[in-house]
Design a protein around this ligand. Sequence first.
Ligand code: CP
Length: 307
Amino acid sequence: MLKHKDVLGLREMSKEEILEILDVAQEMKKRIDNPKLRVDELKHTTVVTLFYENSTRTKTSFSLAGKYLGATVQDLGIATSSVNKGESLIDTGKTLDQMGVHVMIMRNSLTGAPHVLARNVDAHVINAGDGANEHPTQALLDLYTIRDYKKNFEGLKVAIIGDISHSRVARSNVFGLSKLGAEVTLAGPSTMLGGLGKLGIKTTSSIKEAVTDADVVMGLRIQFERQKTISFPGLEEYRQLFGVSGEILKYAKKDVLVMHPGPVNRGIEFTTDVVDGRNSVINIQVKNGLAVRMAILKLLMTGGSKA
Ligand code: CP
């Protein structure tokens, strides 16, 4: 049973809540694979997506997650909404509340925007990514994928590589993986490692060190849109020093999982042979994301009963 009205981050989510979401997602995945198993259990639920930033995976999978559960799903379409006439986030939320919306799923470039919305509306709010703060459903799908292959988290060596300081994916994963007992190493240019090291997580600027004996190697996209100044000399230097290639991956365990939240800048954070290689589960992460988002909608709306 989820303890809070909203899903805002993994920082405040307990280990038990995380594991319950993963368990329900396992049931939901069967419904993706076999449409005949789908049940309209959320047919009286209305879901609205509010994406103030671009998205392919998160927005589409939330929309399909609602539809696969029988919910009514509507996208606000920020670009054509009254947000462009200056309507505030709180007024937008209160307006949707009046229309009987049960779940608001929001992505915003501002840290804390979903928290503000959640405090001001009756609907459940799900954070689909807020600035460089958290992207809880991405981390939950990552945890689901890791558990699916590795069975448990205790002592698992996870290397997260890239633009750590601007990454909400890294932050949510650090919270989740630490709660579940994994050993996380963060690697990237020293100018991009700020913040999370303060949480007691190991950091290094040597990707060879981070990858050595790793069970999981997770790459991150360089978040150009969040950088006030570019934190490295150039893309070619970044690729040479911090890009993960097949050669670097040889230092990891043989059955290492290669993960990336997407979208991937092929040839920069990962070479193409790594993205498409036999250890890559990047496409499987996408399907697991749909299952996790179905599980979250179901748990929020049905009070946590398992599938
Ligand atoms: N991983 C992720 O959040 O992808 P989108 O930006 O496509 O939603």
